[in-house]
Every structure is written in C-alpha cells, then in structure tokens.
Write a protein of this length. Structure first.
Length: 183
C-alpha cells in the first residue's frame, strides 16, 4: 500500500488539493449566497450584475431589453422587445464554473505569480464568455424559440465548459509544475 502511495503521490496530491480548494470555495460561495442581502441587489449582487450587464449588451446590439426582478423566485427576468424570454438565476452568473476552473489551476499550481495571473485572467475570460453566452442564448431564444432545449442544455454549456477545458489544457502544458517535472 505504501508503494502505491509513493508511486501515485502527485495524483493523490492533485485530487486532495482540488477537493479541498473546491470545497472551501464552494462553501464560501454558498455562505455568500445565504447571507446576501437581496434588498438592494436582487437576488444577489453577482447575479444582479450579470443580468444588468446582459441587458446592457443586448441593448447595445439593438434589442430593446429590460431586466426585472422575478416576483416568484430568486431570479431576474430578461425581457426582449416586450417578450419574457429567459431568467437569470444564480447558476447563470458563472461563479460555480470559475470555482471549478480555479480549483483545478491551484491543484496543478505553477509559480505563485504565474498561477495568480492565470487565475485572474482566466476568471475574467470565463466571466466574459459567460456573459456573451447569456446574450447569444437570449438572442437565440428570441429568434429560434423552438431550439430552446438544445441551445440551453447542449450548445451553450458546451461553449463555457469547452473554454474551461482549453484553459486547463493550456495551463498544464505551459505553466504547471507537473509539466516542468516531466520535461
């Protein structure tokens, strides 16, 4: 058994680090959501911000867009040209995806400065792509309502998780300590 632990030390370290970082960040995020004051920024600040930024982007693209608090659930209603198309819920703000990305990068950490800047730039990229994803999904729902299921459950999640996967591959091949050990 000891031989296996020695042989797979780096794998075990990766898994434990990933799980620890993921658990701490997920717990912290859930704590933030639990104690978020929805009176000023409904349902929480980050979801509200993503909804408002989606509204601004859609308006810039020529769609008359309005975002309103949903009266029956903790979400923001996206209304385009008077038509209620979508709702922005907590899961749409991209934070869970950023936590997943960040946990992997920390588990495969490289130099501290490089790791910090890659996490920062990768998180900004994921946030931005998620925002674009919401805008394109809303436009897709407006023009092609029959394709709601495939757009929402296949294409757009594939885009956001595909970007995260490519960032992970780039990180492992370019900056992680693991790559330096095997070079």
């Amino acid at each position: 058994m000891k031989v296996l632990f020695i042989k797979y030390k780096s794998v075990i370290k990766f898994i434990l680090t990933f799980l620890l970082v993921y658990a701490v960040l997920s717990f912290s995020y859930k704590f933030y959501l639990q104690f978020s004051d929805g009176s000023k920024f409904y349902p929480d600040y980050l979801t509200h911000l993503v909804a408002k930024q989606s509204e601004a982007l859609l308006n810039t693209l020529g769609y008359k867009t309005q975002v309103l608090p949903h009266p029956d659930e903790p979400s923001m209603k996206l209304i385009v040209n008077g038509k209620y198309l979508a709702r922005v819920i907590e899961g749409c703000n991209g934070i869970s995806v950023i936590i997943l990305f960040l946990s992997f990068i920390v588990a495969f950490s490289g130099k501290l400065k490089t790791t910090f800047f890659f996490i920062l730039s990768g998180s900004v990229l994921i946030y931005s792509i998620n925002l674009i994803r919401i805008v394109l999904l809303t436009m897709g729902l407006y023009h092609y309502p029959d394709y709601e299921e495939v757009l929402h459950t296949v294409i757009f999640p594939g885009i956001i998780y595909g970007v995260v996967f490519l960032l992970w591959i780039f990180w492992v091949n370019r900056f992680s300590k693991l790559n330096k050990n095997h070079a």
